[in-house]
Design a protein around this ligand. Structure first.
Ligand SMILES: [Zn+2]
Length: 68
């Protein structure tokens, strides 16, 4: 995780900002962000913040995933 090439865009649908972080798409999806089906997701600063916020408090979502 971590290193990103310059010019890579955020993977969140509708977002065109420059990516700041790369994460596994699975985790990003689990956090409820709308990313494509690539194995790797790129997040801009703002979406990374949102991702972190959601993963902190959304333990429920994880539960829900395991049920489905
Ligand atoms: Zn973004």
């Amino acid at each position: 995780m971590g290193r990103i090439d310059k010019g890579v865009k955020c993977s969140v649908s509708g977002c065109n900002k420059e990516a700041a972080r790369s994460l596994s798409a699975e985790k990003v999806k689990a956090a409820g962000l709308n990313v494509g089906s690539e194995r790797r997701s790129y997040l801009c600063k703002e979406h990374y913040k949102e991702y972190k916020k959601r993963t902190k408090k959304d333990k429920q979502l994880e539960k829900w995933r395991h049920m489905g």
